[in-house]
Design a protein around this ligand. Structure first.
Ligand SMILES: Nc1nc2c(ncn2[C@@H]2O[C@H](COP(=O)(O)OP(=O)(O)O)[C@@H](O)[C@H]2O)c(=O)[nH]1
Ligand SMILES: [Mg+2]
Length: 193
């Protein structure tokens, strides 16, 4: 009896069709495309692939035994793409703000990106992601500074390397779990009414 109940739970979980749109923002060359490519295709390229407009990546993950499809929207950080920004942000469930630990300026621009996210998608979970953790010898932003910045704006925080595959899955798993918790709270609040 218990066995068959478990089985049906699993198959129910597998047919669930939940899609979360995740946006990745941050200055040019911090490693946004590399992060999305490592996570979805397990590939890394040392050369800089200029992202023109918007690119899409997708991968399924499990949150609390539920299969969730993450659709990752990757965009060029350049201000000249301002005109597509509205569409880009529309319907996002969560955001990643990336900066490069070897590029102090990209860290100082985090506030700008928080404002952009707040302006277009108020209240969505944001994760601050420090990239290029493998370049420890060239680091100009400390772990503490990153943690402090994240705390200041209630963001989760993680340091990662797409090159060396460090904490890349955690980046997306952690964010998806936060989104899940937010929606679960929302739906249980609604059913309480
Ligand atoms: N060492 C190192 N280089 C990286 C890492 N991630 C990206 N890069 C490099 O940084 C450059 C910019 O990366 P890209 O993903 O194109 O940046 P984007 O403009 O933010 O999309 C490329 O030359 C990448 O190879 C990383 O984790 N470690
Ligand atoms: Mg890119």
């Amino acid at each position: 009896m218990m066995e068959s109940l478990k089985e049906s739970e699993i198959s129910m979980a597998d047919v669930t069709d939940i899609v979360y749109k995740i946006i990745v923002v941050g200055d040019a060359e911090v490693g946004k495309t590399a992060l999305a490519r490592r996570f979805t295709m397990d590939q890394f390229d040392d050369s800089y692939i200029f992202t023109l407009g918007v690119d899409f990546f997708a991968k399924e993950i499990k949150v609390k035994r539920t299969l969730i499809k993450l659709v990752i929207y990757d965009t060029a950080g350049q201000e000249k793409f301002d005109f597509i920004r509205g569409l880009y942000f529309e319907g996002a469930a969560g955001a990643i703000i990336a900066y490069d630990i070897t590029n102090r300026q990209s860290f100082e621009r985090v506030g700008h990106w928080i404002m952009q996210v707040h302006q277009h998608c108020e209240g969505i979970p944001i994760e601050l992601v420090a990239t290029k953790l493998d370049l420890e010898d060239q680091r100009t932003v400390t772990l503490k500074e990153g943690q402090k910045r994240a705390k200041q704006d209630k963001m989760t925080f993680i340091e990662s390397s797409s090159k060396e595959s460090i904490h890349v899955t955690d980046v997306f798993q952690k964010l998806a779990e936060r989104i899940w918790e937010k929606y679960e709270k929302l739906s249980s609040a609604l059913s309480d009414e």
